[in-house]
Design a binder for this molecule. Structure first.
Ligand SMILES: NC(=O)c1ccc[n+]([C@@H]2O[C@H](COP(=O)([O-])OP(=O)(O)OC[C@H]3O[C@@H](n4cnc5c(N)ncnc54)[C@H](O)[C@@H]3O)[C@@H](O)[C@H]2O)c1
Length: 276
């Protein structure tokens, strides 16, 4: 028996989440989060609320989105991010309830199994992924910007991915193309609106330790090991670690960070070979 905590991950590539934050950088700010019912969006809703923000949780999944909003003391708005009217209503809900739209975390996205190699992926699958992952970000930015321009202040954070800057032989062709689009669009908006006090950044997470990924890799340790060899840190990210980056980008601590590909990837995109 020893009093050293056992930090051995149950599954390769996983680890305990970092401790909860104590800073309160977002008091008085209103944040709109899409895909707030699960994963990175849910972790961000918790983190932004813990830092003092009033949070509007948008999700197509009514049960999960409402649970997230209840947990963080915020509002739920059911939204399909591919629908222009519903997206406008989402941001209006935030403004009507709280009087401002200071932070837009445009994060909802999908990666369905029928989006695969270009050789197999059909046009219908291609278009669906483009709609949910890229057109949605265009719609959310278009809806958020008028509020932010009137205020002369705002931070937009669009979820891209490390695959926006790196290629993979195990392709999800529409997903990758959609995230490249998110990155390019965010950069351009960040440049266009910088002098109006609005920053726009693309958040590029590396692979995150989600229930789906845990299940997949618990069944197939060889596949897990094949992925992990590319990650200098030697594990996948926890959603809370991505949420910490969202809180930074949302806050004035990042006041000179704009139009970036903000990589939170454990060093994947910087690596040639990794330690054993
Ligand atoms: N998980 C990863 O490893 C990883 C890595 C890099 C980037 N990302 C990106 O991060 C974002 C969040 O990923 P996650 O892993 O947290 O996903 P997730 O599946 O856990 O959560 C996505 C949420 O988006 C919602 N959603 C899906 N379609 C929607 C629609 N049309 N309208 C509104 N809401 C919708 C879902 O209901 C769900 O609550 C995505 O854009 C994803 O591409 C994830």
């Amino acid at each position: 028996m020893t009093d050293t905590p056992d930090t051995t991950p149950a599954v390769p590539g996983t680890s305990a989440a970092p401790a909860a934050p104590v800073c309160r950088r977002l008091v008085g700010r209103t944040a709109v989060i899409t895909g707030a019912g699960s994963g990175i969006g849910l972790a961000a809703a918790r983190r932004l609320a813990a830092e003092g923000a009033r949070v509007v949780c948008g999700d197509i999944d009514e049960r999960a989105g409402k649970a997230a909003a209840d947990e963080v003391g915020g509002l739920f708005a059911r939204v399909d991010v591919t629908d222009p009217e519903q997206v406008e209503a989402l941001f209006k809900t935030a403004y009507d309830a709280y009087g401002s739209v200071d932070i837009a975390f445009n994060n909802a996205g999908i990666s369905p199994p029928d989006d695969d190699s270009i050789l197999e992926t059909g046009l219908e699958a291609w278009k669906r992924v483009q709609d949910v992952n890229l057109t949605s970000v265009y719609l959310c930015c278009k809806a958020a910007l008028p509020y932010m321009r009137r205020q002369g202040r705002g931070s937009i954070i669009n979820t891209a991915s490390f695959v926006a800057v790196m290629g993979a032989a195990t392709s999800q062709i529409s997903y990758t193309a959609s995230k490249g689009g998110v990155l390019a669009m965010s950069r351009e908006l960040g440049v266009q609106f910088a002098r109006e006090g609005i920053r726009v950044n693309a958040l590029c997470p590396g692979p995150v330790n989600t229930p789906l990924l845990r299940e997949l890799f618990a069944k197939d340790p060889e596949r897990a090991a094949r992925r992990l060899v590319h990650i200098p840190v030697g594990r996948f990210a926890e959603a809370e670690e991505i949420a910490a980056a969202v809180a930074f980008l949302a806050s004035d601590d990042s006041s000179f960070v704009n139009a970036t590909d903000f990589l939170v990837d454990g060093g994947i995109s910087g690596a040639y070979v990794t330690p054993l």
